[in-house]
Design a protein around this ligand. Structure first.
Ligand code: BTN
Length: 248
């Protein structure tokens, strides 16, 4: 299992997707000191300043049907949480589907991308891209995210090497994927829900077509879809789109 370490790159996900498409094996990882075009969910940019954060993409070739691939995002979230607990002895929260939170502020995010659908199992893969604010101090956050972002340094007072954090996360991810292959999603979902910091909170779902639904989060179901109950009592199932925090 190769680890590609780079000073700088446009996006570790971009390179990992290319490497996976040309056959890179399960567990191969790309890690960069900074990214010039870090990709976030829904086409957003991911700020990736040098020396402050972890920017990594890990290639997975799990022994799973393609329908289970979207659930890998939850598996990756759990792996990051377990690694943080081991390294810092604190537990993060999750904001559906893939944000790592502390004190209602975002500390990291996960962007999972998959190969095009193919019936040939050996050609399928997923790339799990993880961006984590490790050693960022408050004043170092860009204006547009300050107030909504945090880092492991801010939350715990500990400054740790990005490499150490990477090694732990990669090991945890490979272990969690193995247990997902063996035991399925039920256990993953149960553990994920224990750390769901949005459960019962008011939020707004901005659908891909721009429609907005406000309501209370009921958490994800066994397919990974988020359920929201709006003020009329109607329940909505969310597959994609942006979730914003509302006023409780
Ligand atoms: C999100 O929008 O919350 C997901 C952010 C994911 C960012 C990481 S940083 C490493 C990897 N490479 C990318 O271009 N994006 C992901």
């Amino acid at each position: 299992m190769k680890i590609i370490k780079l000073e700088s790159i446009d996006s570790t996900n971009r390179l990992a997707m290319e490497m996976a498409a040309t056959g890179a094996e399960h567990g191969t990882a790309v890690i960069a000191g900074c990214q010039t075009k870090g990709r976030g969910r829904l086409g957003k940019a991911w700020q990736s300043p040098r020396g402050k954060g972890l920017y990594t993409s890990i290639i997975l070739r799990p022994n799973l049907p393609l329908e289970s691939y979207p659930q890998l995002t939850f598996v990756a979230g759990l792996a990051v949480a377990v690694a943080i607990k081991r390294l810092y002895n604190v537990e993060p929260g999750f904001k559906w589907p893939n944000d790592i939170y502390f004190s209602m502020k975002k500390c990291g995010g996960i962007l999972s991308e998959t190969s095009a659908f193919t019936s040939e199992a050996s050609a399928r893969f997923a790339v799990v891209g993880i961006g984590l604010n490790v050693n960022t101090s408050l004043s170092e956050f860009a204006e547009d995210v300050a107030g909504r972002a945090t880092s492991l340094l801010i939350e715990t007072g500990y400054s740790k090497g990005v490499n150490e954090v990477f090694e732990e996360i990669r090991a945890c991810l490979l272990a969690e994927v193995e247990s997902f292959e063996k035991s399925g999603f039920t256990d993953v979902l149960r553990r994920w829900r224990e750390l769901d910091c949005m459960l019962g909170r008011r939020l707004a779902w901005v659908a891909v077509n721009g429609d907005i639904v406000e309501g209370i989060s009921l958490g994800p179901d066994e397919m990974g879809r988020l359920h929201i109950r709006d003020d009329t009592g109607t329940e909505h199932e969310v597959l994609s789109g942006d979730i914003q925090l509302g006023k409780n």
